[in-house]
Design a protein around this ligand. Structure first.
Ligand code: ACO
Length: 326
């Protein structure tokens, strides 16, 4: 079997920082509530004319540079997002045109916050089967465009940004060791956007009811986040024949610090083993684990040969994990 490696990572976040203090002016909330319940201190907000594909292209170019390859070498671009520029063409097609990856096939992956790891698994399969050699996987979101800024239950949680990884067969044995994906469509109503699709199109009558914004049952989502991420973790560790203590670094979905603490506790691992940047970026959905992976890579948290666990959950519900030997 061909070993599939991450040969470069990249990320991009918009310049504009929105602090908890600013949210205090929008809704009935406080820095203290947001910090103690979520761990989030600030998030990035894209400029009005800055779209998901712009952030995705910047993160993608950053990853190609890190890998030391050109856009023309990319065979496939996968963009995981719940905030595509448009329903079609895919955001991946816009990225292709922006970065000049003229030999690439392009499509988007819809698995909410789990999208980046779903896309990693798809990329791995294409490379293992010798269909493609070089794949650019991007998680990118402009969640500020689908947040109901009058709903304090959700608006304090989310932010914008993009992260990317270049996957290739490198030889030498190190790479993706095990992956796992799962879904439960029976839980679709705890985290979703009702309007804007074929089931509930936006009309003159419902346009101002924010049907095109995120709806979330926070408590239910929290509960399933912990159990599903532990399930995904146990599956890949068993498959890779590893113990939690063998992991040099865990890169979890950046939704809520308390969710990560609950997982660390159940895995019996210290918190310093976990890559955390949600205090600065909030939850950026499909981009979150990708941005955190790039930060972990660039700050030298993984040494060659280290085992790294990526683990996510999101709307669907969906959940997924990967163990990678760096
Ligand atoms: N500021 C102040 N008070 C608030 C706020 C806020 N921003 N939001 C809610 N509250 C209030 C609630 O109204 C409630 O008040 P009440 O008791 O008078 O009804 C009170 O705070 C407590 O609310 P809880 O729901 O009990 O708070 P909880 O401790 O569960 O924390 C939170 C809420 C942070 C949303 C938590 O449930 C959570 O993180 N859930 C998971 C969310 C998540 O991960 N979402 C994304 C997943 S996937 C994706 O990324 C798309």
């Amino acid at each position: 079997k061909r070993t599939v490696s991450i040969i470069g990572t990249g990320s991009y976040v918009p310049e504009r920082i929105m602090t908890n203090a600013e949210l205090e002016k929008l809704v009935e909330t406080s820095d203290e509530w947001i910090t103690t319940r979520t761990g989030i201190k600030e998030r990035r907000i894209a400029a009005e004319g800055e779209f998901t594909s712009d952030m995705a292209a910047k993160a993608g170019l950053n990853a190609l540079e890190n890998a030391g390859i050109t856009a023309e070498e990319v065979d496939l671009i996968l963009v995981a997002t719940v905030t595509p520029d448009m329903f079609f063409p895919s955001t991946a097609c816009f990225v292709q045109s922006k970065i000049g990856a003229k030999h690439a096939a392009c499509f988007d992956v819809s698995a909410a916050c789990s999208g980046f790891l779903y896309a990693i698994e798809i990329a791995q399969q294409f490379i293992t089967s010798h269909t493609y050699d070089t794949i650019l996987v991007i998680g990118a979101e402009k969640l500020s465009s689908i947040v109901d800024w009058s709903d304090r239950n959700t608006c304090v949680l989310f932010g914008d940004g993009a992260g990317a990884a270049v996957l290739r067969h490198r030889g030498g044995g190190h790479g993706v060791v095990s992956t796992f994906m799962a879904s439960d469509g029976g839980l679709s109503d705890i985290l979703y956007i009702p309007g804007g699709g074929s089931r509930f199109p936006i009309t003159k009558e419902n346009a101002d009811t924010r049907v095109n914004c995120i709806k979330m049952n926070g408590k239910e989502t929290y509960k399933h986040a912990v159990t599903s991420m532990l399930d995904a973790t146990n599956k890949v560790l068993a498959d890779a024949n590893l113990d939690p203590k063998d992991l040099a670094c865990v890169i979890p979905h950046q939704a809520n610090l308390r969710i990560i603490e609950a997982i660390a506790h159940r895995m019996d691992l210290p918190m310093d083993r976990f890559m955390i940047n949600l205090d600065r970026y909030g939850n950026t959905s499909a981009a979150a684990v990708a941005i955190a992976l790039d930060e972990a890579n660039r700050t030298g948290r993984m040494k060659v040969g280290d085992y790294v666990l990526l683990v996510v959950f999101g709307g669907g519900l969906t959940w997924a994990s990967s163990v990678i030997q760096w």
